[in-house]
Write a protein that binds this ligand. Sequence first.
Ligand code: FJE
Ligand code: FE
Length: 294
Amino acid sequence: MTTAASTSRSIVKSVLSREQAEGAGARVRRSIGRPELRNHDPFLMLDEFNVDKNGGFPDHPHRGFETVTYMLEGQFQHEDFAGHKGTIGPGDLQWMTAGRGIVHSEMPVKSQTRAHGLQLWINLPREHKMCEPQYQELLDGQIPRATPEEGVVVKVIAGESHGVKSQVYTRTPTMYLDFKVAKNKTVVQTIPKSYTGFIYMLKGTAFIGDKEFEGQAHHTLTFSEDGAESVKIVTKDEDAHFVFIAGEPLKEPIVQHGPFVMNTTEDIYKTFVDYQYNQNGFERAKNWKSSIAA
Ligand code: FJE
Ligand code: FE
C-alpha cells in the first residue's frame, strides 16, 4: 500500500481514435467528442487534424466556448470576420475564446503539403459564454518549458508543471501540457483534486498510474476521478510524446448544436437567430467572406 498523497490517478478508459473525414477534405482523429468520449466536462472536443493543401475548415462560426489550436507540423492560417489574421507553425499555439461570436476560416498555407496539429474545444462557464472574443497567441519559443530531469521536457501551454507556470488566461481552469519523455523515465505530474483529465498519446508508449496502464499512439487515456493529486507516468524501451489535458468540470447543462455550445435550448435558438440576423456578436458576419478559403 502507498499513502493517499502518493497514489496516482489510474486509467479508467482507453480509446483508439481512427481517422475520419471532417471539414472540407480534412482528416481528423477525434479523441474527446467521439461517442465513447462524450461529455468530458469541461472539454467538448479534441481532434488530431491532418490537412493537405486541398483541405481545411473554411468559413464557419463559433459561440460559447474556446478553441485551442496547437500545431505539430506544417503551417496553418487563420482569418476571422474582424480582420484578425495569422499563421501558426510547429509548436505554436492559438488560444481563441469565441465567447459571443467568431466567424473564421482555418486553412493550411497553400505551399505546404500538410498541416498536422491538435484542436481542443473547452466549454465556457455560463458567465463567460457571451464575453468578447479574445486571442492568446504564443509562438513555440514563448511557451515555457519544465525539465524535471534530463530527457523529460514539458511544454506548459496552460497551468503549471514542476514549478513552471503558463501565462495563458483560462476562464475555465485548465492544464494543457505537452510531454516529451525519453525511454526509461518516471515522471510524476501533480493535478488538482477536483480536475477531470486525460492523456492523448501522439507517439511511442507510456505506462500510466500505479498499475502502469499501457498507452500507445492515438489513444485517449482518461483519468479516474478519485481525488488523487498526481499522475505517474513511466516510459520503458521507447520514447513517448503525449499531451496531458485536465480541467475543472463546470457541472452546467450543455446544449450543443455543432459550433454553438450554450446552457439551454432557448439560448441555442437565440444563437441561430443572432447568427442569421448578424446581431449580438455576429454583426461583422454580414457579407463577410475570408480571403484564405479557396
Ligand atoms: C466545426 C465541423 C468541423 N475539428 N480541427 C463542424 F470540422 C468544425 C471545425 C473543426 C476543426 C478545425 C480545426 Cl482547425 C481543427 C477541427 C473540427 O472547424 F467547427 C464544426 N462545427
Ligand atoms: Fe473554428
